[in-house]
Design a protein around this ligand. Structure first.
Ligand code: PAF
Length: 323
């Protein structure tokens, strides 16, 4: 790089400019129009990352990726909104961690241009919406069975936020695999003019998937919570070794059941395109999904697995396939 090469990196010691923060529809409209009127390059895009705040490095990774998708002079918009519609009775809506100032400070370092942080009456000016999006069958199984209406609430707010922010591309974490699938299907089934991009799960060094809800865990629960990623890794090894669907689930469930304070809601090996459970004789791509309560904290995680066919002469593997 020469001295006159323009650089998008901040100069050493220079303060990184933080994102603008807006909370009303009018201010959001103005900030979106200002970017459009600034004459972006034809290849520049607007990228949106939707969050409920309490940001961690998993969210920041989504924003970094959004910056790449948007282009250097594209617009990266982050929404921060704890959506009441996706919480069931008795869930953690009231105690869900909220720290807007802390979130905005974190976003300053990763290339966000604009934060939209509305209150519920801005998003739902007429109260609870009468017309909502249905996730259909995707919203009834797994997460949907344990959190009825949850995915409908997610899709309804995602559609509203897409309408309000009008992005070219929207990025979602793969940790919420069922949510990502539901959003993808909504975009396809309803012809939404947005590209949906899934971003791999960020993990702590010991494998725990990053989640805002990890903050609820006590030290001993934090240790027990490792059983989720370990179960996925154990199941994935069985899959790669050609031991079949039964062995994948048995190994993963053994690891979960051995961990103190872990109560499994579901453990399932599913078709990634439908989240329906795969048959016992399935080989090929699948998604191993787990949801469990660790103490009073509910965590989810998942891992893509490739179920190899039974190895020639591997009696144990073939036996497991027959089970
Ligand atoms: O994944 C989340 O944080 C939420 O479900 C989302 C997509 C922001 C909708 O409220």
């Amino acid at each position: 790089m020469t001295d006159d090469t323009p650089s998008h990196e901040p100069a050493l010691g220079a303060a990184t400019p933080g994102p603008a923060v807006v909370s009303t529809r009018a201010d959001l409209r103005d900030a979106l129009s200002a970017w459009t009127l600034s004459g972006p390059e034809p290849t520049d895009r607007r990228a949106v990352v939707m969050t409920m705040g309490a940001l961690h490095d998993g969210h920041l990774e989504l924003v970094r990726r959004a910056r790449e998708e948007a282009g250097p002079t594209g617009q990266v918009v982050v929404t921060i909104f704890v959506n009441p519609l996706q919480f069931g009775a008795g869930e953690d809506l009231e105690k869900y961690p909220r720290d807007l100032d802390g979130d905005v400070a974190l976003l300053a370092g990763v290339g966000a241009d604009l934060v939209f942080a509305p209150t519920p009456d801005v998003v739902y000016p007429d109260g609870d919406p009468v017309v909502r999006v249905s996730a259909g069958r995707i919203g009834e199984v797994l997460e949907g069975a344990f959190r009825p209406g949850h995915l409908d609430g997610v899709l309804t707010v995602v559609l509203k936020l897409l309408q309000l922010t009008r992005p070219d591309v929207a990025l979602f974490g793969q940790k919420d695999a069922q949510q990502l699938l539901a959003v993808r299907r909504m975009a396809r089934d309803l012809d939404l003019p947005v590209e949906v991009v899934g971003v791999p799960t960020r993990r702590e060094d010991d494998g725990l998937a990053m989640s805002s809800r990890n903050a609820y865990l006590s030290a001993s629960e934090r240790t027990s919570a490792l059983a989720l990623s370990q179960a996925l890794a154990g199941g994935s090894r069985e899959a790669a070794a050609g031991r079949g669907v039964g062995a994948v689930l048995a190994t993963a469930s053994g690891i979960l059941n051995a961990a103190p304070d872990v109560v499994v809601d579901y453990l399932a090996l599913v078709d990634p395109a439908t989240v329906e459970e795969v048959p016992a004789e399935h080989t090929g791509d699948a998604l191993l999904l787990v949801a469990a309560r660790v103490g009073s904290t509910r965590l989810i995680d998942n891992q893509a697995v490739d179920v190899a066919p039974p190895q020639e002469g591997d009696a144990a593997g073939q036996e497991a396939h027959r089970d």
